[in-house]
Design a protein. Structure first.
Length: 488
């Protein structure tokens, strides 16, 4: 069998394979977080062809360009066995559309003009941004960024939705790593590093972010940064992290000075964040987390349907935090076995920092939702949460549903990697387990949850008092009342 490949642009960007000989049963592009599959068609005279669109739809969402990354061109026979057939790359397919084909590897990159997608190009755009006249008018717009543009989620998304409802005249830009990131309806995606991205960040009256701004940011007169952050902390942050590192200290203080207002879920979080980021003499809004409104008001039926989960299935969400000493999600659990032993569907959600370096887990009744747009919707769909040291523990208890802790590396994490702000074992609102057998036993024993009911109630009183379904309304009302943007 011989195969040639080309990249077409009409009607949609696609990789087209043309073969001579017996056609494979299936063809696909397989990446870490997305895949495209199609069935080859008979082209006559002992030939076949197949078109693999460079777009994908996940979880019932819109069809969007493939995430940036490397994809394997994979052909399989009727039994699902991979066929090892070399692909001859045509001249026109070698490099086009920010996609490069090299044998059976397709590399997809964000669609930024190559003139700007380099160190020199970015330096030129940054100089243009930094040298923008101080008196230049600002746009009645908000620049949103969540987790460095890897998705459009968390508190910024909830604020976007409320702002669109009450002030539809405000322009909303979303910073994204590429166009595979779905942005809220009516918002304008701007690809990080593009001229449009630099312009939007430099001209919007308000920036709403949930993590560091990273690239050089110069505040314009009248421009405001609302730092929503992304969780109430158990693990030590910023200036409080173990070990004295003067470079880290300088970076933390420099970053926090870029923020005008900081949002906290609760009074405890406000105290920690103020000290950890030396956020002195500037306002902290303790209004609850907008992202948690859906935990009180939402219905998980639509999410379950999108994920292909039966309405009556037991659903467990496993959401561990990231580790400073590894790039990918931890592999402490046999997820397929956990699903079998608990008669449940297991959704696994890696931390945002594991999204790009990791790859989807697979298995019977295991669904990897690391790339799902918003974890808040998954919390609504789940019957119970399994986590370790992630701040998701402070969010999930707003639902009143059971929470389980799986912490096999607690001594290492607490003692060497991060350290804790309080004794988790003394206050945990759910059973603490260290082995898969202990976790399975707790999940199958209703008494394990009732035994900690008092702690769960105290936890909610302390951390979820403002998670009442109206946090986004309060935050947006303050944004408008203080004139950060006009209603339009």
């Amino acid at each position: 069998m011989t195969i040639t490949a080309r990249i077409d642009t009409d009607p949609v960007p696609a990789l087209v394979l043309h073969g001579v000989g017996a056609a494979p049963a299936a063809a696909g592009l397989v990446g870490r977080r997305a895949r495209v599959e199609a069935t080859p068609q008979d082209a006559g005279d002992g030939q076949w062809s197949v078109e693999l669109p460079l777009r994908a739809s996940r979880w019932g969402g819109p069809s969007l360009p493939l995430p940036s990354g490397v994809y394997e061109v994979r052909l399989t026979d009727g039994a699902g066995t991979r066929l090892e057939v070399p692909v001859t790359v045509s001249e026109t397919a070698a490099t086009t559309l920010r996609a490069r084909l090299d044998g059976d590897r397709l590399t997809v990159r964000a669609p930024i003009d190559p003139a700007y997608d380099s160190g020199e190009g970015q330096a030129a755009l940054e100089r243009r941004y930094a040298n923008r006249p101080p008196g230049a008018d600002l746009e009645n717009a908000v620049f949103f960024e969540s987790f460095y543009g890897r998705n459009a989620s968390c508190n910024p998304r909830a604020i976007d939705r409320e702002l669109a409802r009450v002030a539809p005249g405000v322009t909303r830009y979303w910073s994204v790593v590429d166009l595979s990131v779905a942005v809220p309806d009516g918002a304008i995606p701007v690809i990080e590093g593009s001229p449009q991205w630099w312009r939007a960040r430099g001209s919007a009256r308000l920036l709403v972010v949930n993590d560091w701004l990273r690239r050089r940011y110069t505040r314009r007169p009248g421009q405001v940064v609302l730092q929503t952050w992304h969780g109430t902390p158990l693990k030590r942050l910023a200036l409080h992290r173990p070990g004295f590192d003067p470079r880290r200290m300088v970076a933390v203080v420099r970053e926090s000075r870029r923020w005008d207002v900081l949002l906290a879920q609760n009074a405890y979080g406000a105290r920690i964040l103020r000290k950890a980021y030396a956020f002195l003499r500037r306002p902290i809004w303790v209004e609850g987390y907008p992202r948690n409104d859906v935990l009180v008001t939402g219905d998980g039926a639509a999410v379950r349907a999108a994920l292909g989960i039966a309405p009556d299935a037991r659903v467990l969400l496993y959401a561990p935090t990231w580790r400073d000493d590894r790039d990918e999600i931890v592999d402490f659990l046999d997820l397929e076995r956990l699903a079998r032993d608990t008669d449940a569907v297991v959704m696994v959600r890696g931390h945002s920092r594991t999204l790009l370096p990791g790859s989807d887990a697979a298995g019977a009744r295991v669904i990897d939702v690391t790339a799902y747009p918003d974890i808040s919707e998954l919390l609504v769909a789940a019957d119970a949460l399994i986590t370790d040291y992630s701040s998701v523990m402070f969010d999930f208890t707003a639902t009143g549903k059971p929470l389980y802790f799986f912490t096999p590396d607690v001594d290492h994490y607490r003692g060497e990697l991060r350290g804790f702000y309080f004794d988790l074992a003394a206050h945990a609102p759910g059973p603490l387990t260290a082995t898969q057998a202990e976790l399975t036993a707790a999940l199958n024993d209703p008494a394990a949850v009732t035994a900690v009911a008092d702690r769960y109630a105290r936890w909610r009183d302390r951390f979820n008092a403002r998670d009442d379904g109206h946090a986004a309304e309060r935050v947006v009302a303050r944004i408008l009342d203080q004139g950060f943007v006009d209603r339009g």
